[in-house]
Design a protein around this ligand. Structure first.
Ligand SMILES: [Zn+2]
Length: 293
């Protein structure tokens, strides 16, 4: 559905001198993480463990929802993308599920819109999450001809878009509920995005691997910008290795044969199970007050 737009968008990008500003992006090497069928022995992350106890935010205050909106862009080419996104149910379904789990004190728009730059952000003034259509175009371009089929490419595009949306939602939740965060907030909300995706077990694992691939494909963009060590985001390649480590940590036995050592060297791998469980337990505690019963 989305794939047919790719060549069209690349053409548009080429003729418009399009530049990418906000989210590091450049295609790079391929990735070979095997995504075999899950075995019955596979210990998928148990979503029940995120289930809430002892909420301190009253249910009466939790009357809001995330509201997904697709604004009509002025650029007619982006209108085609808008219609494609609206016709897919992957993102919509995830938002509906999140609304059954997360307390919000007020409705929060998640707005897909035309920005004239490639970006996604949470606006703490307007209490709104914004995903630019131009960023989705970036993602489409990034996955072009990188996967085995158009179906896989379409899914990777939507999954990566969802990961970015969850990342911004992490910023929003921290702001709305004043959630405690130590260390880099950008890394923390990457963790939350991954945990939320993994609640969906097999589907979620595919989505996590797609978002990891996106960082890998984009790793050289940051190199082009002379490595922004001062930036609040970790480098794309670091974010890639982190995500690979965390998904490996959900079940090292299962992933031992499925993740190539160059993506997860032994020195990091040995800590990943503990790292994942520590991260999951910490987020369980942080989120407890804001999850619906
Ligand atoms: Zn962020």
């Amino acid at each position: 559905m989305i794939k047919y737009l790719i060549f069209f968008f690349i053409f548009v990008i080429l003729i418009s001198g399009y530049t990418i500003i906000a989210i590091e992006n450049e295609k790079s090497n391929d990735i070979k993480i095997q995504k075999d069928e899950m075995t019955t022995e596979k210990k998928a992350w148990d979503a029940k463990e995120v289930t809430i106890t002892g909420a301190t935010v009253s249910e009466e205050k939790a009357t809001g929802d995330f509201i997904l909106r697709f604004e009509t862009p002025l650029n007619p080419e982006l209108s085609v993308l808008k219609e494609a996104l609206e016709s897919e149910d992957i993102i919509q379904k995830r938002i509906r599920e999140l609304n059954t789990k997360i307390k919000m004190s007020q409705d929060m728009p998640i707005t897909f819109t035309e920005c004239e730059v490639s970006n996604a952000f949470y606006n703490s003034e307007t209490k709104e999450i914004v995903i630019c259509y131009e960023l989705v175009v970036d993602i489409i371009e990034t996955f072009l001809n990188k996967l085995e089929s158009e179906v896989e490419e379409d899914k990777a595009i939507l999954d990566t878009t969802t990961f970015i949306l969850y990342h911004e939602m992490g910023h929003a939740l921290r702001d709305i509920w004043d959630l405690p965060i130590t260390g880099k907030e950008e890394d923390a909300v990457d963790q939350l995005a991954i945990l939320l995706l993994l609640e969906d077990e097999r589907e979620g694992e595919d989505a996590v691997l797609s978002s990891a691939s996106w960082f890998l494909f984009n790793k050289e963009k940051i190199r082009k910008k002379d490595l922004l060590f001062w930036d609040e985001h970790s480098l794309n390649i670091q974010r890639f290795h982190n995500i690979v480590c965390w998904i490996y940590g959900t079940d090292p036995e299962y992933y031992a044969e499925r993740i190539e050592v160059e993506y997860l060297p032994e020195e990091r791998a040995i800590r990943c199970e503990e790292e994942f469980f520590q991260m999951r337990n910490s987020w369980n505690k942080i989120l407890t007050p804001v999850l619906k019963k």
